[in-house]
Design a protein around this ligand. Structure first.
Ligand SMILES: *Cc1c(COP(=O)(O)O)cnc(C)c1O
Length: 370
């Protein structure tokens, strides 16, 4: 029952490559799967103070060091971290600045926090880059108060990594706090809020930190602690934005169980980039266009494949032919129905798997289909 075929296939779905459980996490999931089991030894009513499982050490020592933050909290996801910050800083008629590659949930978080949105534009096809100086232009042109700026690092459409350090400097000059959405970077590549020089950072456990999720991490510099992590008036030990305890249970325990592996894999980031670049090179040889930054700096890649689109018009399965052809070859993760534009991640694949997946595309294009 509930068998999942994709688990045994080569998975190239960007959403899933960084969220696969480690063996340690898989064991922890079974051991701590019962509801509220992590609350066994909670003595203070605050999840981050639980000593067994070692939540305290994780939230107060290991994680802050890993992402270069003074203060860290666990949220239900990256989006909930973004919302907590926006909701804490929101004022009537105020604005938030978003890069135009921002995730849809950043827009929704702003809407939920009743903030207006102004967008930093991106460059045109095929790179779609967010240029740091555009932040200054946008900020200069806005008349209402800006309470927060956000940059997506990298974005989930093209895997572009904007110059966050420069963006942080620009925002600092205008005295606007900056949030770095690192849902696709924390847990894959080295990221440090301190090095970037921004105010807030969020990550996603199920996207990039080998946790079953839903869980996110929210880090900040200490100056924001009293604002974003303010306590309830009635329940003095509870933080309002977290609604007391946010992430808990299996999502949290799998995150902690995978963490030592995550710390190690981040050190191999250069090789992940090398794999992505080699994959991109091979895909371009077939005649596809890699969108986003080139040479690419992240495992998430988007491709424009006019050839596959043309083929889909004649295929018996229509636009589902690509999904089918890849499935036949044991490859999972291109969304069913997509042919012209699609995303791929090579994260965690072996070199042989990288060659095999590129080879499969080449074969599909070369052989034609029926
Ligand atoms: C996946 C993703 C999110 C959402 O992450 P959750 O942890 O599921 O909330 C937010 N931003 C970006 C850029 C993403 O890719």
């Amino acid at each position: 029952m509930f068998e999942r075929k994709a688990r045994k296939m080569i998975n190239v779905d960007p959403l899933q490559t960084g969220g696969k459980l480690t063996e340690d996490a898989r064991k922890a999931l079974i051991e701590w799967g019962d509801g509220y089991s992590v609350c066994d030894y909670c003595l203070t009513g605050r999840i981050e103070e639980i000593k067994n499982p070692p939540v305290y050490e994780f939230v107060h020592e290991k994680l802050p060091k890993f992402i270069g933050c003074d203060v860290v909290r666990l949220t239900t996801g990256a989006r909930e971290g973004i919302f907590a910050v926006m909701n804490s800083l929101a004022k009537k008629d105020a604005l938030v600045v978003l890069d135009s590659n921002a995730h849809y949930s950043s827009y929704l978080a702003a809407e939920r926090a009743k903030l207006k949105i102004v967008e930093v534009p991106k460059t045109d096809y095929p790179e779609y880059k967010i240029l740091s100086e555009k932040y200054a232009e946008v900020i200069e042109n806005v008349k209402s108060e800006i309470v927060l700026a956000l940059v997506t690092y990298p974005d989930g459409n093209y895997g572009n990594l904007p110059d966050v350090k420069r963006i942080a400097k620009i925002c600092k000059n205008y005295n606007i706090p900056l949030l770095v959405n690192a849902a696709y970077s924390i847990g894959r590549m080295p990221v440090s809020l301190k090095e970037i020089g921004a105010d807030f950072i969020v990550g996603s456990g199920h996207k990039s930190m080998a946790s079953c999720g839903p869980i996110g991490v929210l880090g900040m510099s200490s100056e924001w602690e009293n604002i974003v992590l303010r306590r309830s008036e009635k329940f003095k030990n509870k933080e309002v934005e977290m609604l007391g305890c946010a992430a808990r249970g299996a999502p949290l325990v799998t995150l902690i169980a995978s963490f030592p592996h995550v710390v190690e894999r981040v050190k191999r980031w250069d090789e992940e980039v090398a794999k992505a670049r080699e994959f991109s090179r091979r895909m371009e040889e077939i005649g596809f266009v890699q969108l986003g930054e080139k040479p690419h700096n992240h495992d998430l890649m988007a491709f424009h494949a006019e050839k596959l689109y043309e083929m889909s018009k004649k295929a018996k399965k229509g636009r589902f032919f690509l999904y089918q052809e890849l499935s036949k070859r044991g490859i999972h993760g291109i969304k069913p129905g997509l042919t012209r534009f699609f995303k791929v991640s090579t994260y965690g694949l072996t070199w042989d798997e990288v060659y095999y997946v590129a080879g499969a595309f080449s074969e599909i294009v070369g052989n034609g289909i029926n």
